[in-house]
Design a protein around this ligand. Structure first.
Ligand code: ZN
Length: 293
């Protein structure tokens, strides 16, 4: 699954080519992705201009001149590419499948600078989906989402409110999309390592009796921001090199400190610990038992 930094990388890659582009034609090559295309989806997009390529959590949001928003989730293997046209910047976390039978959605665009472009959504496993809405409150996917981790709305004080009295382990508390939007399994492990907090410690332990955040919770808020920011920066500068080495995946694996590194030495300076893997709610957590407590 792409996480927030991968989706943000896709957004940044697409923005210069789709913002300002008029959607001239929409071709649906099948009736559904993970879910059926919304009724009237193609008709609603045609003739409008994409005013902004936006993002909320792991959702791409294409804002349209009609006032509607076209939401796109990449699922596991969803990718965008332009036909006969190379992006100047990396645009995807996943190398697109060039097999045309997985080209499910095609948009013919007319961009004031780049001219006619064919934007193609390819998704071999079809876990991706789209939605269309005018008000965010209409979208089942956006309703109830917590703050964006890179916005000012995400901070230790807000986290303390959520974590107060919570016996749930840190890992589960951070995966709760009402606490922070868009954080998934990989970057939760990374953020907890950065803040030197074990994934199995109770969330409430990081809240002071007064209800204020502890210093450690402040470190965690910083850790979340830092790992996401670094991953986004890596996506912008090194994704291409990584893809050349391994054409099938654009995850920023080379940047991970603990994720999928069981048995390897801990990268924390001066720490001599070894990365350990535990399973929480059926999913792997990676941490260093020496410097995370
Ligand atoms: Zn360590």
């Amino acid at each position: 699954m792409p996480e927030l930094p991968e989706v943000e990388t896709v957004r940044r890659g697409l923005a210069p080519y789709v913002e300002g582009a008029r959607i001239e034609r929409v071709i649906l090559n099948r009736p559904d992705l993970r879910f059926p295309f919304p009724a009237g989806f193609a008709e609603a997009l045609m003739g409008t201009t994409i005013t902004l390529a936006d993002r909320r959590a792991k959702y791409l949001l294409f804002r349209l001149s009609s006032g509607a928003t076209w939401l796109s989730h990449l699922g596991m293997t969803g990718s965008y590419r332009f036909e006969d046209f190379k992006f100047k910047e990396p645009s995807r976390y996943y190398e697109p499948d060039e097999d045309r039978k997985h080209d499910h959605l095609v948009l013919e665009l007319d961009h004031p600078e780049h001219g006619k472009l064919r934007l193609i959504y390819n998704d071999a496993r079809r876990f991706g989906f789209v939605d269309l809405f005018t008000e965010e409150s209409e979208s089942a996917y956006l309703k109830g989402l917590g703050p964006e981790p890179l916005s000012n709305a995400f901070n230790a004080v807000e986290m303390a409110e959520r974590f107060k009295g919570k016996k749930a382990p840190m890992k589960a508390a951070l995966l709760d999309q009402r606490v922070v939007a868009g954080l998934g399994n990989i970057y939760v492990s990374e953020a907890l390592h950065r803040a030197h907090i074990r994934p199995d410690v109770a969330a409430a332990r990081l809240v002071l009796r007064s209800g204020a955040p502890s210093r450690r919770l402040e470190d965690l808020a910083d850790g979340v921001r830092t790992v996401l920011t670094e991953a986004i920066e890596a996506g912008g500068s090194t994704l291409r090199d990584f893809r050349a080495a391994d054409g099938t995946s654009g995850y920023f694996q080379h940047r991970f400190a603990v994720y999928d590194r069981e048995g390897e030495p801990c990268p924390t300076p001066l720490c001599r610990g070894t990365i350990k893997r535990i399973v929480q709610s059926g999913r792997s957590s990676f941490f260093c038992p020496t410097c995370q407590h």
